[in-house]
Each structure stands twice: as structure tokens, then as C-alpha cells.
Write a protein that binds this ligand. Sequence first.
Ligand code: ZN
Length: 300
Amino acid sequence: MKYHRQELVIGKEAQQLLKKSKVTIVGLGALGTVVANLLARAGINLILIDRDIIEENNLQRQILYTEADLNKSKALTAKNKLKLINKEIKLEAKEFHLNHKNINQISSDLVIDCTDNLKTRFLINDYCKKNNLLWIFGSAIKEEGQVKVFLPNEECLNCFLTETNLDTCELVGVLNSITSIIGSLQADLAVRILTNKDFNKNLTYVNLKNNKFRSIKINKNDNCKACNGNYKHLDKEDSKLIKFCGSNKYQITGKPLPINKIKKINEKFNNITLFEDGRALIKANSEAEAQTIYSKHIGN
Ligand SMILES: [Zn+2]
């Protein structure tokens, strides 16, 4: 009887489809925690991917986390919270930075982009195009946001966004009302797609400032590289050092260290979080400072 109220709307057969479905959520931040919360309660199996740890300024909008979770891994913490919400579903947490090498670990019916950066979105776009997967794009800043589903043979993200947008990384605020709405729209699309119901293929734009909802048709671009089979984001090497958008956090990727050494370093330094895959998140005021901290305490 767990899904009784939902079954009254979608039907018992549709609920059985959800039970067999698996969805990948990339990013367990503001959008990802809303999407994961709703889909877990709806009875859908989930793969949870996130590279980051929980910080105090996340709690305003990242609804699965509490003050007791600060500095813990988002992917693992989300998995543990969702297990308490629904023990019937299968949950996999992947604590990694999604890149061209590990993106083949997305083995699901649907991918939901809940990231905060275009680089990862272009990677997801290329991967899904190449592998005939559906994916749902979502973004929210300040009081506005947008959602769109991308189907394998139709227009894609690369058709209307260019890489010139890649460099923009500024710290802007966001309200928890808009991230909840956008995440809810993404979760709603996911349930409709997985149960073979009709869904809106247009881009939905929401602006809370003037209470506006708009449905915008995006056209296929004949010159789009991804649509013409050129998946360049799938061969791009990741840089060793990446600055996280809107924070003083740097990710440096090195060789994986033994687990006991990782534990020791994580306990000793509160500006360093080391992961088993060799990544280190370092809080620093500049790239140079991050590199100095890395070589001093972790290695070269
Ligand atoms: Zn395209």
C-alpha cells in the first residue's frame, strides 16, 4: 500500500514499471536532493553521483542534509538518508567526479542532470546522444530556472548552447523555492517518461519574480557537432586541477592512496578531503595555495 495514492493517479501497471526502472542522478546538490527525495519515495531505483562534500551554505536548499552531515560525502549521505525513506529500492552511491573515463558507469533508463556546471552537461549530452539515452537538463539561479528533456534523435543541449558559456563561473545566489520547483519538474518528467505517459518536450522556463511559466520550443541545429556524431567531450582529458564553481574549493587528482593514509589526512586537516579514487578537495584562496597544500601534505 506504500504507493496507493500514486497508483490512483498513474495506475498499478505504471507503478510496476517504476519498480523496474533505474535512474542516474548526476549531482546531489539543490536540484539533486529534491529529485532523489521524490523519486526514491515514488519507488524508483537510483544511481547517485556526486564529487563533493556537504558545506554549511548548502543546507538552505539541499533538502536531504542536516547540520550533523557537514563535511561528509554528498553521494554517500544522500544514499543513507534515502535508505531510511524507502528500503525497497536499490541505491548506488558513486563518489566521483564524472568524466569521460567513468561515464560508462551510467547504466540506467534515464539520466537527470542536477549539476551546476556546463562542462559536465556537455559530457552528459555527448554520452546520451551516442548511447541513445534520454536525459533531463535542469538549472536554477536566483529566482529563475529551466528544465528540458533531451531525446536521442532530436535537438540536443549543444544545438542551443555553445562552449563560450563554459567560462562563466560567478557566485550568484539562489532561492530554495526555485530549486524545489525545478527539481520537482525534473522528477515529474522522469515519472512520465518511465511510465510511457505524454510529456512536454519543450524547454520550461520559470521565473518566480513575476510568477511566469513559459514553454519554449528549441529547434535542432543542422550544424550541431553532437547531432552530427562528433562527440568531442567524450575524449577530453580532465585537467588535474579544477576549481569548483562559486566556492574556494579546488579538486586535485593524483594517485589513489591507501585507506589508512586517507583517514589520517582527513582527520588531521580540515581544509583537505581525500577520496579513495585519488581526488583531493582542498579549501584554499588560490590555485597556487591549493597546489602548495597538496604537495606538502599529500604528495606530488
Ligand atoms: Zn545537437
